[in-house]
Design a protein around this ligand. Sequence first.
Ligand SMILES: [Zn+2]
Length: 439
Amino acid sequence: MAFRVSFGKPPAEAAPSVHFRPAGNDERSRNINLLKARRFGAFEIATNLFHQVASLGAANVQVDRTSAGSTITVEVDGITHALPALDLATATALVSSFKQLAGITAQEVRWRQSGQFTAIIKNKSWECTVVSSGIPSGERTQLLLDAGKAEFANLAAASVSEPLQKRMRASLAAESGLLLFSAPPQSGMTELLETAVRDSDRFQRSYYLLENSRRPRPDIENVATRKFDGSTVTIDSLLRSIAKEHPDVLIVPEIDDAEIVDSLTSQPAQGRLAIGGVLANDAPETLLRVLATRCNARRFAGEVTAVANARLLRKLCVTCRQPYLPSPQMVMELNLAIGETQALFRPSGTIPGERDEPMTCPACGGLGYRGRAAVIQWMEVSDEMRATMLGSSDDHLQLLREQAAAAGMTPHLAEAATLAAAGITSVEEIVRVLRTPRD
Ligand SMILES: [Zn+2]
């Protein structure tokens, strides 16, 4: 499926209307930035491009300009797509327009610069960030669309099945214990952790999020954020100062060293729920990744209650998805809970146009997918697994996986198959995302 974003001039009646509100301290300086942005000779292309990528829910646009030419890529739902190349002069004019809107110097190509502007289409707005810096023999410019916006409002919006939502909420409502959220790199760990917190009782209990100042994230309403940097402000000193405010829940979005793990696992004994994020391929492996920090193993094994491991997969575009009858073999392999005559859906990217000629689907730009869903493996930690964590088995990981399966762990595939049966995603997408664990 080809991704169709065009730089051509749209017909007058389809001319996109994007209202840009540039950077600036007052109306006059914003107007000057807008006037200058219009003068680079590619403002129409910039507006047209912005309208198309914003309408597709793109996360960012990246333009690299070097002596060899220009490349433009767009990231949508975690996948990077190349756009047709623009000649260098046009690409430079395009980049200059966005830089000017963001109030940064269009002519400066070596030093790192960043700025913001707002774009409004109909009654929806995007808070955009432009980041520009030199690369060997050229410049890289990134336009981040709404980098601070949460992908999922709650677990239901992330397409988590209702039975699993219930189990997760029960663990989040616990008075103490340690709850872990994990995923391979770039696969949704932070999104899942933040979605679970958003879904919790943060209006009834006091939640504190301890953020590493090198990895800032947007605030979550009614969750107090405190920053630590590892040297001047350590997590230990931070926890001591927060303890005076009697927090109920403490969250550390990434627990990657023994000091952080030990600080967090000392909390449940004081009647608090602790929540942490870990990079790992599956839920059993998450336990071993934490133990590998050389933390206080006995305390960690004693406190950890449950682990959620995430993947993000793309949802089918509902405008152009195509129904088909799956083979009995596929139904069996995916363990699909569907009747013999129930259709599944696959992506198409086209809709019937005039005289039934296929035309690019306007809702997904020809990608066949639109938006994402979280697929979660959910594991509650048993005493048997605690003993394995502290024991001396030859293959801890294999043993933990067997024990987790026996204790009723919800596999990724079970949640993914539910989404396929409901027509939310495709079998192809499930295979792409769950095929191999990423290292
Ligand atoms: Zn579509």
